[in-house]
Design a protein around this ligand. Sequence first.
Ligand code: UDP
Ligand code: MG
Length: 315
Amino acid sequence: MPKYSLIIPIYNEEETIAEMYRRVSSVMDGLDGTSELILINDGSKDRSLVMLRELHNNDERVCYLSLARNFGHQVAVTAGLNFARGEAVIVLDADLQDPPELIPEMIELWQQDYQVVYAQRTKRLQESWFKRSTAFMFYRLLKLLADVDIPADTGDYCLMDRKVVDILNSMPERNRYIRGLRAWIGFRQTFVRFERDPRYAGQVKYTFSKSFSLALNSLVSFSRIPLRFSTYLGLFSAALSLFMAILVLYWRIHEAKSPVTGFATIMIAIFFLGSVQLIGIGILGEYIGRIYEEIKGRPLYTIAEVSKFPKENQK
Ligand code: UDP
Ligand code: MG
């Protein structure tokens, strides 16, 4: 069995694969034990899969699996974790935004008996203003709402001990916000800091809508405060309407001509209450939708092709 497993999800990364392999394999050469590199093709539409086959043929440490369609980053990583056999498992991105040269430092901490070593970004180089500011706000909001302490500004780049990976693999939930689950599991966790490099080549694969749904997933999976928020909103509007009722009655009794006479007041009240209700239903819907997802119990992903793993062993 290899001592280290490196997991890299690949989605349309034909421009980055060669350079990624060059840098990652040179890091692997320097490690103090055997290692395997597991590449997960997440339904790429370009030449990525062909390139993975090539890498596998030329280097026996490289294995790959190819999902039957695009399942998304978190699921691709999960698939990799299911197949990884190392005592320590390292997850990183294909685009070299997570510098692989950080791995020896993470391994050193692992050897000092930390079971999770995650990489925390101190700076994001050359990412758009919009992405940086929304990410900044999102991580702060998550910190405020989530019921486990999910470290801010950390992505999925991390090293996990076998024990943690086994627990992660045994968790049945389908909404896999891996950073959150990793924090939830506990054990001794620490971090290394790094500056996030710009993408080596190609376009960012996380579209705004993918990032948004990841953000929403994480909030709903790790917090029930949004549900409570709709209760508070309801209470607030109830208090407001009581106040309005008293005001209107007072005017009706004490003033000959009420100032609240018209159409505008009624419309505003209707719109306000309507939106309060819709927001409430929406929040409820987010949670119910996820219950529905979980209850269907479909497999998390389907696999179209798996390379030979050195000494075949699959879960
Ligand atoms: N990725 C994936 N499936 C997707 C989207 C992205 O496997 O549906 C992979 C992608 O190939 C890369 C990693 O996830 O290795 C991170 O994606 P990207 O760099 O585009 O996003 P970032 O995290 O930089 O915003
Ligand atoms: Mg990236």
